[in-house]
Write a new protein. Structure first.
Length: 178
């Protein structure tokens, strides 16, 4: 399976990347091809709502999105990776998701698999409720098959995350993919 990891953390050495790398290791050991795209540091502009794309065509903006679009459309699975920012995904990942409007139908027709990897400082039982709801809505709307979520409660720093069970859970999620 061809997997694309959409890394939405502005922290290049943070907890989100730690989960992404753990997932990648497990998936590659299981025989899958994995490409990580650092969308937080890519040249991706917000959607302007101009509808130049006609909801299934090229975007009028000149940035990295056409390259990323190509990588997503040859993938069999998308992994959404984000730190929890004010109970939602990072703005960097949300900008990318908003740009899906130029190829929604193409994504929907693929019936891709997906997963969510996320971390938060907070460890209240409701910490991820809003992000989970958003992710599940994306799964439903884009006709994705959810293969799981790793919700890293109490992972405010990389050292906290490293001492937690969440990197192992991300690894196991990648390793069990068929």
């Amino acid at each position: 399976m061809n997997i694309v990891i959409l890394l939405g953390s502005p922290n290049r050495q943070g907890s989100s990347r730690m989960l992404a790398e753990s997932f990648r290791q497990g998936a590659e050991e299981a025989g899958h091809t994995v490409e990580m795209i650092d969308v937080a540091h890519g040249n991706i502009h917000p959607c302007t709502g101009c509808i130049h794309c006609g909801y299934e065509g090229p975007c009028s903006q000149e940035d990295d999105m056409e390259t990323i679009r190509g990588k997503i459309l040859v993938a069999d699975m998308m992994i959404f990776v984000t730190p929890l920012y004010y109970y939602g995904m990072s703005a960097q990942l949300k900008i990318l998701v908003d740009r899906f409007c130029a190829f929604n139908s193409s994504i929907q027709r693929k019936h891709m698999k997906s997963a969510l990897l996320t971390v938060a400082w907070n460890s209240d039982d409701w910490t991820f409720d809003a992000l989970e709801a958003h992710y599940k809505t994306l799964v439903r709307y884009l006709n994705l098959e959810d293969t799981g979520m790793v919700l890293g409660y109490g992972c405010g720093t990389p050292s906290m995350t490293k001492r937690s069970s969440y990197p192992q859970k991300a690894y196991a999620l990648g390793k069990q993919l068929s």
